[in-house]
Design a protein around this ligand. Sequence first.
Ligand SMILES: [Zn+2]
Ligand SMILES: [Zn+2]
Length: 139
Amino acid sequence: MSDFKPLTGGCLCGAVRYTLTAAVRRVVNCHCTRCRRISGAAFQTVFLVHTGNFHLDRGADQLTSYGVSPQTQKNFCCICGSAIYNKLERLPKHVLLPIGSLDDPNAVAPEINIHCENMLPWVLDIMALMNFPRSAEEG
Ligand SMILES: [Zn+2]
Ligand SMILES: [Zn+2]
């Protein structure tokens, strides 16, 4: 893809920064209980990128690893706690990143939902809720 523009991202505090030099693959909403617990959110939107196209620009020494399972390692900023990437044993040539870490999360969009058997039922009706442009107090 010659017209591909590198995507950049990082953690909340800015200590960790990365660049992706190829298009991302398999953008999914994961509704599994593990993603819910580790993100603190109803579900997690993540994507794959080949390890050769994932470049840590700074903050490699600020990353802390946690063994989510014997097959999955989460790497996050030790200062602000933001998730940066996961390594999955079954996908040794890829890393898994949360779209919220992208500077422009609108650059990618989920294609599928997975682990739907664990989806919280209200997720289906989210746009039926009252919607406010900012917080409810501001209107
Ligand atoms: Zn940070
Ligand atoms: Zn999951």
